[in-house]
Design a protein around this ligand. Structure first.
Ligand code: NAP
Length: 286
């Protein structure tokens, strides 16, 4: 059996096993591949990468807090992930272990699915971690006209803007999340790339407390997908904004990882149905 893993800490909340195993079954690959979560301490990263290099493990998804910390053990990181320094997918070529990020692709496919055009769009990204980096680079590569990165820790937002400006000629600024209000009237698109709103301790939290009804032409996307309707999306709907939940991106980034490992086209609709069915029943037990 070819083993595919999701490594991180914690991993119990993840929808990936439900989604990937449904896809493998529909692709008639479930007798050849298995996908499971593995919660590991940081000291276990080197061993996992070694197991991939010798083919004992076929590939892995990487989640928090290891998306950046795993880089030191990889042979090579593909573009654009090497620019923003965060990977979510690992695979083998010969004895080389390669990292890439399918989050950027997943994000762009989700926008296209929702009919959102992003060239010449002013976007406010909340967060400056791995997901925010993948989203910011995807937008910069797609000619978004302006990015504003707001974060709880302003130094991390400043670092992200500096990295973006190093690679792209883009208008980008950063600030503290607490100062969000002054930006709302200047933007077309707002994306939450923090865990605020996620099932568990953050469930009834929103990264911003309110959106005025004067901002009703704003599109608001939440990368959080469990629950599907987050507090932020509730606030956005009440203000009359268009909303996009985190499921499309989840499904497309997962499909892209599976395509890399198997070389076959995954059934995106099957993956989406599996995620939606699981969420209707409350999602994975944490
Ligand atoms: P990460 O690298 O750990 O970054 C977390 C970000 O959230 C950082 O900017 C952090 O700010 C901020 N943050 C954390 N706790 C906060 C709090 N209590 N108040 C304000 N800001 C806080 O995580 P990630 O990989 O970027 O993931 C972020 C979220 O996106 C997660 O919920 C993840 O599940 C989701 N995600 C969804 C998809 C999808 O396909 N839908 C894909 C990737 C990620 P500091 O810099 O101040 O620590």
């Amino acid at each position: 059996m070819k083993r595919l893993l999701l490594i991180g800490n914690p991993v119990a909340h993840s929808m990936s096993p439900v989604m990937q195993n449904a896809a493998l079954k529909a692709m008639r690959l479930n007798n050849e591949y298995s996908y499971e979560t593995l919660e590991i301490p940081e000291s276990g990263l080197r061993e996992i990468v070694h197991a991939i290099s010798i083919g004992e493990i076929t590939g892995a998804n990487v989640t928090a807090p290891y998306k950046t910390r795993v880089l030191q053990y990889l042979t090579r990181v593909e573009s654009p992930a090497h620019m923003f320094g965060s990977v979510n997918t690992i695979f083998r070529e010969g004895t080389s272990v390669i990292g890439c990020s399918t989050d950027s692709t997943g994000f762009l496919k989700a926008l296209s699915e929702h009919g959102l055009k992003i060239n010449k769009v002013r976007t406010l990204i909340i967060g400056a971690g791995g997901a925010a980096r993948a989203v910011a680079f995807a937008l910069a590569q797609s000619s978004a006209s302006e990015l504003i990165i707001l974060n709880r820790t302003v130094d991390n937002a400043r670092d992200l803007v500096a990295t973006l400006k190093h690679h792209f000629r883009i208008k980008a600024e950063y600030g503290l999340l607490a100062d969000y209000e002054q930006y709302l009237s200047q933007i077309d698109f707002l994306i939450n790339c923090t865990p605020l709103g996620m099932k568990g301790a953050y469930e009834r939290c929103s990264p911003i407390p309110a959106i005025p009804t004067t901002c009703d032409d704003l599109t608001v996307m939440d990368l959080v997908y469990n629950p599907r309707q987050t507090k932020l999306l509730e606030i956005a709907k009440e203000a009359g904004c268009k909303t996009i939940d985190g499921i499309s991106m989840l499904v497309h980034q997962g499909a892209e990882s599976l395509r890399i490992w198997t070389g076959e086209s995954p059934p995106v609709a099957v993956m989406r149905n599996a995620v939606e069915a699981s969420l209707r029943q409350g999602g994975p037990k944490i």
